[in-house]
Design a protein around this ligand. Sequence first.
Ligand SMILES: [Zn+2]
Length: 69
Amino acid sequence: MDAGTLKRERRFCPRCGPGVFLAEHADRYTCGRCRYTEFKKKTSQEEGQIAAAKPSRAKPVKKKEAKAA
Ligand SMILES: [Zn+2]
């Protein structure tokens, strides 16, 4: 695939078949012919940002106290 020239992929309607494009909206695709609606999924990039927001610092385990027992 040419990453440099990659544009938004046009999707076909699964009901009407290839040749009938889905109209792209902000959060979904719709078919103007049969009213088919397909919601967009969250991109992996968004999920990555959420994961990155979580603190990755792990609490140090106190092993000295365990030794005292
Ligand atoms: Zn359709």
